[in-house]
Ligand binder design. Sequence first.
Ligand code: NAP
Length: 299
Amino acid sequence: MVGEDLIVVGAGPAGMTAGMYGVRSGLKTLVLEKGISGGLSNEAPEIENYPGFDRVGGMELASKIKEHVSRYVEIRELEKVEAIEESSNELVVTTDKGSYRTRAVIMSTGTRHRRLGVKGESEFAGKGVSYCATCDGFFFKNKPVAVVGGGDSAVREALYLQKLGCRVTLIHRRDELRAERYLQRKLEDAGVTIRWNSVVKEIKGDKVVKSVILDSNGVESELSIAGLFVSIGEEPNSELAAKMGVALDANGYIITDKSQRTNLKRVYAAGDVTGGVRQVVVACAEGAIAALSAYNDLL
Ligand code: NAP
Protein backbone atom coordinates (compact mmCIF):
# COMPACT_ATOMS: atom_id res chain seq x y z
CA MET A 1 0.00 0.00 0.00
CA VAL A 2 1.36 3.42 -0.97
CA GLY A 3 2.16 5.74 1.95
CA GLU A 4 1.46 9.48 1.95
CA ASP A 5 1.72 12.22 4.53
CA LEU A 6 -1.41 13.98 3.31
CA ILE A 7 -4.32 12.98 1.10
CA VAL A 8 -6.71 15.65 -0.11
CA VAL A 9 -10.18 14.41 -1.07
CA GLY A 10 -11.71 16.58 -3.79
CA ALA A 11 -10.02 18.84 -6.32
CA GLY A 12 -12.11 22.00 -6.31
CA PRO A 13 -10.33 25.30 -5.61
CA ALA A 14 -9.95 24.34 -1.90
CA GLY A 15 -8.49 20.89 -2.54
CA MET A 16 -6.16 22.00 -5.31
CA THR A 17 -4.78 24.82 -3.17
CA ALA A 18 -4.40 22.46 -0.18
CA GLY A 19 -2.41 20.08 -2.38
CA MET A 20 -0.01 22.81 -3.46
CA TYR A 21 0.50 24.07 0.10
CA GLY A 22 0.98 20.49 1.33
CA VAL A 23 3.81 19.78 -1.11
CA ARG A 24 5.41 23.19 -0.63
CA SER A 25 5.46 22.51 3.14
CA GLY A 26 7.38 19.32 2.48
CA LEU A 27 4.52 16.84 2.92
CA LYS A 28 4.19 13.90 0.52
CA THR A 29 0.77 14.86 -0.77
CA LEU A 30 -1.76 13.44 -3.21
CA VAL A 31 -5.10 14.89 -4.35
CA LEU A 32 -7.89 12.46 -5.29
CA GLU A 33 -10.88 13.62 -7.34
CA LYS A 34 -13.88 11.51 -8.33
CA GLY A 35 -14.61 13.57 -11.44
CA ILE A 36 -12.58 16.33 -13.01
CA SER A 37 -10.76 19.13 -11.20
CA GLY A 38 -12.54 22.40 -10.51
CA GLY A 39 -15.72 21.29 -8.72
CA LEU A 40 -18.77 23.52 -9.02
CA SER A 41 -16.60 26.54 -9.88
CA ASN A 42 -16.41 25.00 -13.37
CA GLU A 43 -20.06 25.91 -13.76
CA ALA A 44 -19.82 29.59 -12.79
CA PRO A 45 -20.53 31.60 -15.96
CA GLU A 46 -18.46 34.56 -14.73
CA ILE A 47 -16.43 35.33 -11.62
CA GLU A 48 -15.83 39.03 -11.03
CA ASN A 49 -14.63 39.03 -7.43
CA TYR A 50 -11.56 36.80 -7.42
CA PRO A 51 -8.75 39.29 -6.77
CA GLY A 52 -6.39 39.77 -9.66
CA PHE A 53 -8.99 38.85 -12.27
CA ASP A 54 -11.43 41.52 -13.44
CA ARG A 55 -13.67 38.94 -14.98
CA VAL A 56 -12.95 35.28 -15.59
CA GLY A 57 -15.06 32.23 -16.48
CA GLY A 58 -15.31 29.69 -13.66
CA MET A 59 -13.88 26.95 -15.83
CA GLU A 60 -11.03 29.17 -16.96
CA LEU A 61 -10.11 30.06 -13.38
CA ALA A 62 -10.31 26.41 -12.28
CA SER A 63 -8.09 25.33 -15.15
CA LYS A 64 -5.56 28.09 -14.34
CA ILE A 65 -5.49 26.91 -10.70
CA LYS A 66 -5.05 23.31 -11.84
CA GLU A 67 -2.22 24.22 -14.22
CA HIS A 68 -0.50 26.16 -11.43
CA VAL A 69 -0.83 23.59 -8.62
CA SER A 70 0.06 20.68 -10.92
CA ARG A 71 3.62 21.99 -10.94
CA TYR A 72 3.73 20.82 -7.32
CA VAL A 73 1.13 18.15 -6.64
CA GLU A 74 -0.36 15.20 -8.46
CA ILE A 75 -4.12 15.31 -8.91
CA ARG A 76 -5.61 11.89 -9.67
CA GLU A 77 -8.89 12.54 -11.44
CA LEU A 78 -11.66 9.95 -11.91
CA GLU A 79 -10.64 8.18 -8.72
CA LYS A 80 -13.46 8.04 -6.21
CA VAL A 81 -12.75 7.77 -2.49
CA GLU A 82 -15.10 5.16 -1.04
CA ALA A 83 -13.98 4.91 2.58
CA ILE A 84 -11.52 6.39 5.05
CA GLU A 85 -10.74 4.38 8.15
CA GLU A 86 -8.33 4.68 11.04
CA SER A 87 -5.77 1.92 11.39
CA SER A 88 -2.94 1.94 13.96
CA ASN A 89 -2.39 5.70 14.10
CA GLU A 90 -2.76 6.12 10.34
CA LEU A 91 -5.66 6.55 7.97
CA VAL A 92 -6.44 4.11 5.19
CA VAL A 93 -8.08 5.71 2.17
CA THR A 94 -9.86 3.21 -0.07
CA THR A 95 -10.81 4.27 -3.58
CA ASP A 96 -12.38 2.53 -6.55
CA LYS A 97 -8.83 2.02 -7.86
CA GLY A 98 -6.81 1.06 -4.77
CA SER A 99 -5.80 1.89 -1.20
CA TYR A 100 -3.47 4.41 0.39
CA ARG A 101 -2.04 4.84 3.86
CA THR A 102 -1.78 8.43 4.98
CA ARG A 103 -0.97 10.38 8.13
CA ALA A 104 -3.56 13.10 7.50
CA VAL A 105 -6.59 13.84 5.34
CA ILE A 106 -8.20 17.06 4.12
CA MET A 107 -11.86 16.78 3.14
CA SER A 108 -12.64 19.26 0.38
CA THR A 109 -15.56 17.43 -1.14
CA GLY A 110 -17.66 20.49 -1.97
CA THR A 111 -21.39 20.66 -2.50
CA ARG A 112 -23.98 19.48 -4.99
CA HIS A 113 -27.05 21.22 -6.45
CA ARG A 114 -30.20 21.16 -4.36
CA ARG A 115 -33.20 19.64 -6.14
CA LEU A 116 -36.68 21.20 -6.23
CA GLY A 117 -38.35 17.90 -5.44
CA VAL A 118 -41.42 18.50 -7.63
CA LYS A 119 -43.28 16.34 -10.10
CA GLY A 120 -41.48 16.14 -13.44
CA GLU A 121 -38.03 17.14 -12.13
CA SER A 122 -36.39 13.71 -12.37
CA GLU A 123 -38.38 12.74 -15.46
CA PHE A 124 -37.17 15.78 -17.43
CA ALA A 125 -33.62 16.04 -16.03
CA GLY A 126 -31.42 16.45 -19.11
CA LYS A 127 -34.58 16.94 -21.24
CA GLY A 128 -35.12 20.59 -20.40
CA VAL A 129 -34.38 20.55 -16.66
CA SER A 130 -30.82 21.66 -15.95
CA TYR A 131 -28.71 22.71 -12.96
CA CYS A 132 -26.01 24.48 -15.00
CA ALA A 133 -26.58 27.29 -17.50
CA THR A 134 -22.96 27.35 -18.70
CA CYS A 135 -23.16 23.62 -19.47
CA ASP A 136 -26.58 23.51 -21.16
CA GLY A 137 -27.62 27.10 -21.95
CA PHE A 138 -26.45 26.90 -25.54
CA PHE A 139 -29.23 24.42 -26.41
CA PHE A 140 -31.83 27.01 -25.47
CA LYS A 141 -30.60 29.93 -27.56
CA ASN A 142 -33.51 32.21 -28.57
CA LYS A 143 -35.99 30.08 -26.60
CA PRO A 144 -38.05 30.91 -23.50
CA VAL A 145 -36.48 29.57 -20.32
CA ALA A 146 -36.99 30.02 -16.59
CA VAL A 147 -34.49 30.11 -13.76
CA VAL A 148 -35.64 29.22 -10.24
CA GLY A 149 -33.99 30.89 -7.25
CA GLY A 150 -33.13 34.30 -5.86
CA GLY A 151 -29.49 33.95 -4.85
CA ASP A 152 -26.23 34.94 -6.59
CA SER A 153 -26.17 31.74 -8.64
CA ALA A 154 -29.72 32.12 -9.96
CA VAL A 155 -29.14 35.76 -10.96
CA ARG A 156 -25.82 34.92 -12.63
CA GLU A 157 -27.48 32.09 -14.55
CA ALA A 158 -30.37 34.33 -15.60
CA LEU A 159 -27.93 36.99 -16.85
CA TYR A 160 -25.87 34.41 -18.72
CA LEU A 161 -28.93 32.93 -20.42
CA GLN A 162 -30.33 36.36 -21.33
CA LYS A 163 -26.98 37.23 -22.92
CA LEU A 164 -27.15 34.02 -24.94
CA GLY A 165 -30.40 35.27 -26.42
CA CYS A 166 -32.83 33.24 -24.30
CA ARG A 167 -36.06 34.89 -23.13
CA VAL A 168 -35.61 34.53 -19.40
CA THR A 169 -38.10 34.54 -16.53
CA LEU A 170 -36.69 34.38 -13.01
CA ILE A 171 -39.01 32.58 -10.60
CA HIS A 172 -38.48 33.44 -6.95
CA ARG A 173 -40.46 32.31 -3.92
CA ARG A 174 -40.25 35.67 -2.10
CA ASP A 175 -40.63 39.36 -3.00
CA GLU A 176 -36.94 40.21 -2.71
CA LEU A 177 -33.75 38.65 -3.98
CA ARG A 178 -30.98 37.29 -1.81
CA ALA A 179 -28.37 38.04 -4.51
CA GLU A 180 -25.83 40.83 -3.97
CA ARG A 181 -27.04 44.34 -4.89
CA TYR A 182 -24.54 44.62 -7.72
CA LEU A 183 -26.07 41.56 -9.42
CA GLN A 184 -29.62 42.77 -8.75
CA ARG A 185 -28.83 45.99 -10.60
CA LYS A 186 -27.39 44.03 -13.52
CA LEU A 187 -30.55 41.93 -13.63
CA GLU A 188 -32.72 45.04 -13.75
CA ASP A 189 -30.57 46.56 -16.49
CA ALA A 190 -30.80 43.35 -18.53
CA GLY A 191 -34.61 43.49 -18.36
CA VAL A 192 -35.10 39.96 -17.08
CA THR A 193 -38.74 39.26 -16.18
CA ILE A 194 -39.24 38.27 -12.55
CA ARG A 195 -42.14 36.24 -11.19
CA TRP A 196 -42.17 37.15 -7.50
CA ASN A 197 -43.75 35.09 -4.71
CA SER A 198 -43.96 32.10 -7.00
CA VAL A 199 -43.05 28.45 -6.61
CA VAL A 200 -42.84 25.72 -9.20
CA LYS A 201 -45.47 23.07 -8.49
CA GLU A 202 -44.94 20.83 -11.49
CA ILE A 203 -42.81 20.54 -14.62
CA LYS A 204 -44.76 19.40 -17.66
CA GLY A 205 -43.90 18.21 -21.15
CA ASP A 206 -43.93 15.22 -23.48
CA LYS A 207 -40.46 14.11 -24.51
CA VAL A 208 -38.99 17.45 -23.37
CA VAL A 209 -40.08 20.26 -21.05
CA LYS A 210 -42.94 22.41 -22.37
CA SER A 211 -44.13 24.34 -19.33
CA VAL A 212 -44.17 24.76 -15.57
CA ILE A 213 -47.15 25.13 -13.27
CA LEU A 214 -46.58 28.02 -10.88
CA ASP A 215 -48.27 28.79 -7.61
CA SER A 216 -48.21 32.53 -6.92
CA ASN A 217 -49.82 33.29 -3.56
CA GLY A 218 -52.31 30.48 -4.07
CA VAL A 219 -53.07 31.36 -7.69
CA GLU A 220 -52.00 28.74 -10.22
CA SER A 221 -50.75 29.58 -13.71
CA GLU A 222 -48.88 27.84 -16.51
CA LEU A 223 -45.69 29.30 -18.02
CA SER A 224 -44.55 27.97 -21.40
CA ILE A 225 -40.81 27.32 -21.47
CA ALA A 226 -38.31 25.14 -23.26
CA GLY A 227 -35.89 24.90 -20.36
CA LEU A 228 -35.93 25.17 -16.58
CA PHE A 229 -32.70 26.03 -14.77
CA VAL A 230 -32.87 25.12 -11.09
CA SER A 231 -30.53 27.25 -9.02
CA ILE A 232 -31.80 27.03 -5.46
CA GLY A 233 -28.61 26.49 -3.52
CA GLU A 234 -26.45 23.58 -2.61
CA GLU A 235 -26.10 20.64 -0.22
CA PRO A 236 -22.81 19.45 1.23
CA ASN A 237 -21.06 16.30 0.05
CA SER A 238 -20.31 15.28 3.62
CA GLU A 239 -21.52 11.66 3.72
CA LEU A 240 -17.98 10.24 3.63
CA ALA A 241 -16.89 12.53 6.46
CA ALA A 242 -19.99 11.62 8.48
CA LYS A 243 -19.19 7.91 8.10
CA MET A 244 -15.75 8.56 9.57
CA GLY A 245 -17.29 10.26 12.60
CA VAL A 246 -16.53 13.86 11.57
CA ALA A 247 -18.93 16.27 13.31
CA LEU A 248 -21.43 18.07 11.07
CA ASP A 249 -23.69 21.04 11.75
CA ALA A 250 -27.49 20.90 11.53
CA ASN A 251 -27.35 21.45 7.74
CA GLY A 252 -24.77 18.72 7.14
CA TYR A 253 -21.72 20.99 6.71
CA ILE A 254 -18.43 19.90 8.32
CA ILE A 255 -17.62 21.78 11.52
CA THR A 256 -14.05 23.10 11.69
CA ASP A 257 -12.14 25.48 13.92
CA LYS A 258 -10.25 28.50 12.57
CA SER A 259 -7.35 26.24 11.60
CA GLN A 260 -9.68 23.99 9.56
CA ARG A 261 -9.31 21.14 12.07
CA THR A 262 -12.33 18.89 12.53
CA ASN A 263 -13.19 16.98 15.70
CA LEU A 264 -11.01 14.06 14.47
CA LYS A 265 -7.25 14.08 14.88
CA ARG A 266 -5.42 14.79 11.60
CA VAL A 267 -8.66 15.20 9.67
CA TYR A 268 -9.21 18.70 8.26
CA ALA A 269 -11.86 20.22 6.02
CA ALA A 270 -11.83 23.15 3.60
CA GLY A 271 -14.03 24.87 1.03
CA ASP A 272 -17.76 24.72 0.40
CA VAL A 273 -18.24 21.50 2.41
CA THR A 274 -17.59 23.56 5.55
CA GLY A 275 -20.44 26.00 4.69
CA GLY A 276 -20.10 29.69 5.59
CA VAL A 277 -19.09 32.13 2.88
CA ARG A 278 -19.01 30.11 -0.32
CA GLN A 279 -16.64 31.96 -2.62
CA VAL A 280 -13.62 30.69 -4.57
CA VAL A 281 -11.31 33.05 -2.72
CA VAL A 282 -12.47 31.64 0.64
CA ALA A 283 -12.16 28.04 -0.55
CA CYS A 284 -8.56 28.64 -1.66
CA ALA A 285 -7.70 30.32 1.65
CA GLU A 286 -9.24 27.48 3.69
CA GLY A 287 -7.33 24.92 1.61
CA ALA A 288 -4.06 26.70 2.36
CA ILE A 289 -4.86 26.93 6.09
CA ALA A 290 -5.87 23.25 6.26
CA ALA A 291 -2.61 22.12 4.65
CA LEU A 292 -0.51 24.32 6.95
CA SER A 293 -2.39 22.97 10.00
CA ALA A 294 -1.68 19.42 8.81
CA TYR A 295 1.97 20.33 8.40
CA ASN A 296 2.13 21.76 11.95
CA ASP A 297 0.41 18.71 13.44
CA LEU A 298 2.67 16.25 11.59
CA LEU A 299 5.94 17.93 12.59
P1 NAP B 1 -28.25 30.60 -1.97
O1 NAP B 1 -27.55 31.88 -1.72
O2 NAP B 1 -28.47 29.64 -0.84
O3 NAP B 1 -29.65 30.96 -2.63
C1 NAP B 1 -30.60 29.97 -2.89
C2 NAP B 1 -31.84 30.64 -3.43
O4 NAP B 1 -32.78 29.62 -3.78
C3 NAP B 1 -32.51 31.57 -2.42
O5 NAP B 1 -32.98 32.71 -3.06
C4 NAP B 1 -33.66 30.71 -1.88
O6 NAP B 1 -34.79 31.47 -1.56
C5 NAP B 1 -33.99 29.83 -3.06
N1 NAP B 1 -34.50 28.52 -2.65
C6 NAP B 1 -33.95 27.64 -1.78
N2 NAP B 1 -34.68 26.52 -1.72
C7 NAP B 1 -35.74 26.70 -2.54
C8 NAP B 1 -36.84 25.90 -2.90
N3 NAP B 1 -37.03 24.68 -2.40
N4 NAP B 1 -37.71 26.40 -3.80
C9 NAP B 1 -37.54 27.64 -4.33
N5 NAP B 1 -36.51 28.44 -4.04
C10 NAP B 1 -35.61 27.97 -3.15
O7 NAP B 1 -27.54 29.70 -3.10
P2 NAP B 1 -26.64 30.15 -4.36
O8 NAP B 1 -27.24 31.26 -5.10
O9 NAP B 1 -26.37 28.87 -5.10
O10 NAP B 1 -25.30 30.64 -3.72
C11 NAP B 1 -24.55 29.74 -2.87
C12 NAP B 1 -23.33 30.48 -2.34
O11 NAP B 1 -22.43 30.75 -3.40
C13 NAP B 1 -23.70 31.84 -1.71
O12 NAP B 1 -22.87 32.03 -0.60
C14 NAP B 1 -23.36 32.82 -2.81
O13 NAP B 1 -23.03 34.10 -2.32
C15 NAP B 1 -22.18 32.15 -3.50
N6 NAP B 1 -22.12 32.56 -4.92
C16 NAP B 1 -21.58 33.79 -5.21
C17 NAP B 1 -21.55 34.24 -6.52
C18 NAP B 1 -20.98 35.58 -6.84
O14 NAP B 1 -20.98 35.98 -7.99
N7 NAP B 1 -20.49 36.31 -5.86
C19 NAP B 1 -22.08 33.46 -7.56
C20 NAP B 1 -22.64 32.25 -7.23
C21 NAP B 1 -22.67 31.81 -5.90
P3 NAP B 1 -34.82 32.46 -0.29
O15 NAP B 1 -34.04 33.66 -0.70
O16 NAP B 1 -36.26 32.70 -0.08
O17 NAP B 1 -34.19 31.68 0.84
